[in-house]
Write a new protein. Structure first.
Lengths: 597, 443
């Protein structure tokens, strides 16, 4: 058994090492064909002109290629700006001509940009487009006029020239990723199935071989937390730091620099082809790895808590919902030309549910799309309150949710690292409700723009700006980089505890209108602290238990581990009559007087 | 303002301090030489096993004490002048009090075995014992534990968690023979064996052997067997720690003698918890009850007397709990190792030999006296009511599902228990719990 386990560990380490190695395997060559297939025709010539030394060059690493591409786009943008920008002399002339009449007139541009060539024509049209608001405006000072002219020409540079002749932020981002992926060559492209076996295959086989023997090696079924605070992985030791660093880097690449991870994405192309009939994107890779992590670590969970039917049922549930609802069904929907839809994701965790492109896709997709829209709205308005009333927020957070699923499987070895202090609780309440408010305001802005077409909410806030800030800082930064990357440092529920706006919403219902509670069993508590230590949400469970008080906290996700680790059978998750839920804290056993604590 | 001084920061002393603070604005000082802050003594084992760190065993954060104006002193007391109401410390300083609460806890028993002072031989009670055990068990392969009680089995689990082979000597025929009836004890014996603990029943220690350097190298049993080991755990019970008052005017027996108000023979001096011995214990209760819950209840009670509201210590229905490796134990009411005269027992054991229930009842009236539960959690509140109302066996068996406190989805055994009852008591048969829809599917 021990041998199987060690072999498993070796296989897993080999698979993981190969996964890291595969990052560096491909070489890259950008051909004219690649550019031709990815870049719109109008920009191809300017790109090929400047890209002479990149085309057909052999790159050994993506890092130097991406560096060259960055320089290329920068250079093209600079050249095009120089070529199409309205010069200082031209600006001075515009000012002079118009100030003399005391009033700005767009027709004055005709005499300044009189040339017939394409450049002059562009400048005239651009000033007309971006400076229309200046027409007929009266100017008292030359300075004021100049300021407005500068304002217009700045906008032309920023939005006009770059997007028309150069490559703006979004386009260059996309092109970098697409070019690097297309330019990739070598064994990963040619033998991706082999690489799937060498990386994921070895990791899965090794992981399972490492985990399964615990069923006998661990001894009889029961709580097995031996050595957790002496282990380098589970007690912020070097292994934990290494794991956290890997996760953080992975998430930063995934969300902000996907052009670097094309080798990993290409590896899973065959799986993506099989499932949805097209190549993988970064979020296919992510979904695939995420599901594997939940399944393999779910097996660990099933073995570790095999004595508890509650934990077993709950683990099967998160494994099922991740595999079917989050991963397979949406991909199959795409294959059937239906909108991508995760039936168990709920706004505001699913923060782009109300984005106009999402709404439009659903509305335009016929009956199924409308059903999805109704389903999503139903979950928000009815599903959450009704299910939380009957079962507590656990029905979602620790039985269905994908973030919760990862936390309860991959994250289980880190649950004891959450901060239990009163101070942490105070920060948590500000932080999670702050994100909820942000999500609601952002969504109001999005809907306002959807219905009115105006991008300015209350005349001051740019709704597009707001959603991109939310997406980058909350959706990617908080939920992804911090939410998972900090598992080995702050426990497995950092996002759920401090950030998730849906958890905040579920929690408010759980606190004020629910049958769910953790019941404390009379006076049996011995204050040992196992419950608090192993609470992933950082609830000081013992504080209540030792007072004989039921635990009713908005943050409790109902994982049931406090009840599992309690050595005296003191805690039990229950859905019972609302009366007596907030019990008077009374410790049984002492008849000397009424002991209220 | 009255100054209440408490010696001992365990559950008894700290509970007293907290409740005095709730009831009064007395100045409160808690003295302990053991640790700076209150920790859960019952959790020491989990620190050794790596389930928790010491900080996790502290039920209150460190700011709690100053916020609640409870002064903490980390000092060892050397003597007490009861006439001058003054406490002298080992460092030479002193402190005066208006009321004194002695909550000094227990000490491990050592019965004078040859070799009991060797290096590698120890009991387990205090935080210092834990540190000693950490040092003593470094590189140890084999250990011997003596004494079939709660601390012994905890020590076995601790050592086992580090891969140390444990030979476990008990004087009785089965585990915890002075508290558990035979069936329950045997059930735990089997479970210990399942974990690879080498349990030797009816075996007594003759002497502990010296390796020539003052360290233990093995033990010899009374029947002449030699067992090699590098560590010996002596866990043959504890006795009240009365060193401070033994030769003073405070009356002592095995413990510090107290009346029903938990007061000693000296005015304004009280004793609570493990160190206290009740002069007139309530019926069915023992004069010294060295368990966590009693310490807590005495602390709650004494706070009322200290703050001017003389209150008698009246414990309710006895209850206790423990965990033996993976098997949890709940006890409500009185269950003695031998079924008392005039009483009978109802026993059910699960086929996996890891769960059982024993109910003791008066043979004629069927009135239930107490219950032992292994591997099944039951509600304290429900049993407290049943026992204090003197419910009869058939009523309790019929309503057993109401007392169940196992987590959701766990198998319910009440149906089987009720069927067994109906077989034994055909004329008082009760309705049998039916399985729910989900239960049938997942059974």
């Amino acid at each position: 058994m021990k041998t199987i386990q060690l072999t498993g560990l070796a296989l897993f380490i080999a698979g993981f090492t190969l996964f890291i190695v595969s990052f560096f395997i491909p070489s890259y060559k950008v051909t004219e064909g690649v550019v031709g297939s990815l870049v719109e025709e109008s920009k191809q010539s300017s790109l090929l002109e400047s890209a002479g030394d990149i085309i057909n060059k052999d790159y050994a690493s993506n890092i130097s290629l991406i560096g060259d591409l960055n320089r290329l786009f920068e250079e093209i943008n600079k050249t095009q700006l120089a070529k199409y920008s309205i010069s200082d002399e031209e600006k001075a002339e515009i000012q002079k001509v118009n100030f003399s009449t005391g009033k700005f007139s767009l027709s004055s541009l005709d005499q300044i940009f009189s040339g017939e060539n394409q450049i002059e024509a562009f400048k005239k049209k651009a000033f007309n487009d971006y400076g229309g608001w200046m027409d007929d405006r009266e100017y008292e000072s030359e300075q004021e006029l100049m300021n407005h002219i500068n304002n217009v020409t700045d906008n032309i540079q920023k939005y006009g020239i770059i997007s028309q002749f150069g490559f703006d932020k979004y386009q260059s981002k996309y092109l970098k990723y697409a070019i690097v992926k297309e330019a990739s060559q070598g064994s990963i492209n040619n033998n991706s199935i082999l690489w799937i076996l060498l990386t994921y295959g070895l990791c899965i086989v090794g992981g399972i071989a490492y985990l399964l023997p615990n069923k006998t090696l661990d001894g009889p079924a029961g709580i097995k937390n031996n050595g957790i605070f002496k282990n380098a992985m589970s007690n912020r030791g070097w292994l934990g730091i290494l794991t956290g660093t890997f996760l953080i880097v992975f998430y930063i690449l995934l969300y902000f620099y996907p052009e670097y991870m094309t080798a990993w994405i290409i590896t899973v192309d065959p799986i993506s082809q099989f499932l949805k009939g097209s190549d993988a994107g970064r979020f296919f890779l992510y979904g695939f790895m995420y599901t594997l992590a939940i399944l393999v670590m779910g097996v660990r969970m099933l073995i570790k808590y095999r004595h508890s039917k509650y934990q077993v049922a709950r683990t099967f549930s998160v494994m099922f919902f991740q595999t079917a609802f989050a991963f397979l069904i949406p991909e199959i929907l795409l294959r059937l030309n239906q909108p991508y839809f995760d039936f168990k994701n709920i706004w505001p965790l699913d923060y782009d549910f109300f984005f106009e492109n999402e709404l439009n896709t659903l509305v335009q997709s016929g009956g199924l799309g409308i059903f999805m829209l109704g389903w999503g709205l139903g979950l928000i308005a009815l599903g959450v309150p009704i299910f939380v009333y009957f079962f507590g927020k656990r029905w979602y957070c620790s039985w269905v949710c994908g973030c919760g699923g990862l936390a309860e499987t991959l994250g289980d070895p880190y649950r004891q690292l959450s901060d239990k202090s009163l101070k942490a609780w105070k920060i948590e309440r500000w932080s999670i409700h702050g994100v909820l408010v942000f999500a609601v305001v952002m969504t109001i802005g999005v809907l306002y723009t959807y219905w009115t077409g105006s991008s300015q909410l209350f005349g001051v806030v740019d709704t597009y700006q707001m959603r991109s800030v939310y997406g980058a800082w909350i959706g990617a930064g908080f939920a992804g980089v911090v939410g998972t990357g900090f598992y080995p440092f702050m426990g497995n529920r950092v996002w759920c505890r401090f950030g998730c706006p849906l958890a905040a919403y579920l929690g408010i219902v759980q606190k004020f209108k629910s049958r769910f509670r953790i019941t404390t069993n009379g006076g049996q508590c011995i204050s040992c602290g196992n419950c608090s230590t192993y609470c992933e949400m950082g609830i000081d469970v013992r504080w209540y238990a030792q007072r004989g008080q039921n635990i009713i906290r908005s943050s409790c996700v109902g994982c049931g581990v406090c009840s599992s680790v309690c050595p005296r059978g003191v805690l039990n998750l229950e859905n019972r009559d609302e009366d007596g839920r907030f019990n008077q804290p009374i410790l049984l056993g002492n008849d000397s007087f009424k002991v209220s604590n | 303002m009255q100054h209440t001084v408490i010696i001992g920061n365990g559950i008894a002393g700290i509970t007293a301090a907290r409740h005095i603070r709730k009831l009064s604005d007395n100045k409160i000082t808690v003295i302990s030489g053991e640790t700076d802050h209150f920790f859960s003594r019952t959790a020491l084992m989990y620190i050794y096993m790596g389930h928790m760190k010491f900080e996790h065993t502290k039920p209150y954060e460190d700011w709690f004490w100053s916020k609640n104006k409870i002064d903490l002193m980390k000092e060892w007391v050397s003597s007490i002048d009861f006439d001058g109401k003054s406490i002298a410390f080992k460092n030479g300083s002193s402190l005066t009090y208006d009321q004194l609460i002695l909550a000094t806890g227990s000490q491990s028993n050592f019965f004078g075995w040859p070799g009991q002072d060797l290096e590698g031989v120890q009991g387990l009670y205090s935080y210092q014992d834990l540190e000693l055990m950490e040092a003593n068990t470094k590189d140890v392969k084999n250990a011997v534990i003596l004494g079939g009680g709660l601390i012994g089995v905890e020590m076995a689990e601790m050592l086992h968690s580090r891969g140390i082979h444990v030979t476990y000597l008990i004087r009785e025929a089965h585990f915890w023979g002075n508290m558990l009836p035979k069936e329950e004890g045997t059930l735990i014996d089997n479970h210990l064996a399942e974990h690879g603990i080498d349990l030797r029943a009816e075996t007594e220690l003759d002497e502990i052997l010296d390796d020539g350097n003052g360290r233990v190298k093995g033990i010899k049993t009374k029947d002449g067997k030699i067992i090699d080991c590098q560590f010996v755990g002596l866990t043959v019970g504890v006795h009240p720690n009365i060193d401070l008052v033994k030769d003073s005017k405070v009356e002592t027996d095995r413990g510090i003698l107290v009346d029903e108000n938990l007061q000693t023979n000296v005015p304004d001096v009280y004793a609570i918890g493990d160190c206290a011995q009740l002069k007139n214990p309530p019926p069915t209760r023992r004069p010294i009850e060295a368990v966590w819950y009693v310490g807590r209840m005495m602390g709650e009670t004494v706070a009322h007397s200290i703050t001017g509201n003389k209150t008698k210590y009246q414990p309710g229905v006895w209850f206790n709990s423990a965990k033996f490796f993976d098997i949890e134990y709940h006890n409500y009411g009185t269950v003695l190792p031998e079924c008392p005269e005039g009483c009978s027992e109802f026993y059910w054991e699960c086929h996996d030999k890891k769960k059982c229930i024993k109910v003791i009842y008066e043979t004629n009236s069927l009135k239930v006296k107490g219950v032992n539960l292994f591997g099944i959690r039951n509600r304290h509140e429900v049993w407290d009511q049943w026992l204090s109302q003197g419910k009869e066996l058939d009523y309790i068996i019929e309503n057993l599902p109401e007392a169940n406190f196992d987590p959701e989805f766990f198998t319910h055994w009440e149906g089987e228990i009720q069927e067994k009852f109906n077989n034994e008591f055909p004329d008082r048969s009760v309705s049998v719990r039916k399985k729910g829809f989900l239960e049938k599917i997942f059974a």
